[in-house]
Design a protein around this ligand. Structure first.
Ligand code: ATP
Ligand code: MG
Length: 310
């Protein structure tokens, strides 16, 4: 297990990271979600022992690794937010260069480069100079560099910012595959809540240097869901029908569109039987009944009063 305990970083005037605690178990994908300036990259820089914390510890299997980072570096791969590649080298040459720091044999490095080029989908593009790559290809190579030494833990800092949808999907699938096939534990940092929602089981939401919510996806969403939102469609409706619907004690926030009506009800209400009876009475057909989950975006808005992205 990799763990951070009361981690803080204070710059002159800014508390960039403020008493952050979290952990990741082998084989998990954990999301770190937060808006610009939340402190995500600073937290990552401290875990990867690039900057020293003002306070707090980073523990690998209960052993403090801040002063003795060698063990951690062997098993940790970091994909930095800023792309760090040599434009005048090809993909293969970049991988050879960055791979040489891992002190593996030439033969092993060569094998790993072949595997990694396939993983990141650049096996047919490896002869091009990186400066001629698209943004998405550079992002993929940036990930490849972090994978060379087969890390057990991988931290990815906003790996899909500013790229085309195809590269984005490729990256999301690579993350899933790495986790499923190599059991790599991944800390996935993003301010795209739909990516975090797709990839991660457990999530930490960070804002202004602090973790403001954490837990399994469902737990986090349940912060909000004392109510659920329901969307129903009818073949038709009438004013009397709507009036009777509005008079039901369980419903609130009714919003009528053409064939669609949405409203909220208390979470454990079983509304369907009542609704069916009302439909029968008015000879109206209920075409669909859908309960909508709150999104992580809704939770963030609820907790901070702001949207995740501005
Ligand atoms: N070297 C530094 N000196 C002073 N302040 C810093 C430094 N690095 C980061 N900060 C400040 O710390 C806060 C957190 O920054 P950080 O880069 O960790 O946020 P982030 O969550 O990664 O944001 P983004 O989504 O924009 O990448 C910001 O207010 C930032 O201005
Ligand atoms: Mg950042």
């Amino acid at each position: 297990m990799l763990e951070v305990v009361n981690l803080s970083k204070v710059y002159k005037k800014v508390k960039a990271v403020d008493q952050v605690n979290f952990y990741i178990e082998p084989g998990e994908i954990v999301g770190l979600l937060g808006p610009n300036g939340a402190g995500k990259s600073t937290t990552i820089a401290m875990i990867s022992t690039l900057i020293p914390p003002t306070e707090g510890d980073v523990l690998l299997r209960n052993e403090n690794v801040i002063k003795e980072p060698t063990k951690l570096r062997k098993i940790l791969g970091v994909v930095p937010q800023e792309i760090a590649l040599y434009g005048d080298l090809t993909a293969r040459e970049n991988l050879e260069f960055f791979g040489s720091v891992h002190k593996m044999s030439k033969k092993l490095l060569k094998e790993r480069i072949e595997i990694v080029l396939k993983q990141i989908g650049l096996e047919n593009e490896h002869k091009k100079l990186v400066k001629h790559y698209s943004g998405g290809m550079k992002r993929r190579l940036n990930i490849g560099v972090a994978l060379l030494h087969e890390p057990q833990y991988l931290i990815m800092d906003e790996p899909t910012v500013g790229i085309d949808p195809q590269s984005r999907n490729h990256i999301l699938e690579t993350v899933k595959q790495l986790n499923q096939e190599s059991n790599t534990a991944i800390i996935y940092t993003s301010h795209y809540m739909e990516e975090v929602e797709y990839l991660c089981n457990r999530i930490y939401i960070m804002d202004k240097g602090r973790i403001i919510a954490s837990g399994a996806k469902e737990e986090i969403k349940s912060i909000l869901s004392s109510e659920k939102m329901v969307v129903v469609k009818f073949n038709r409706h009438s004013n009397v029908f709507i009036q009777e619907l509005m008079d039901l004690p369980l419903l609130s926030n009714i919003n009528v569109k053409e064939s669609e009506i949405n409203f909220t009800v208390a979470k454990d209400t079983n509304l369907l039987p009542t609704l069916m009876t009302l439909c029968e009475k008015h000879k109206i057909v209920l075409n669909s009944f859908q309960v909508e989950e709150p999104t992580l975006e809704d939770v963030f808005l609820h907790l901070t009063g702001r949207a995740l992205r501005n």
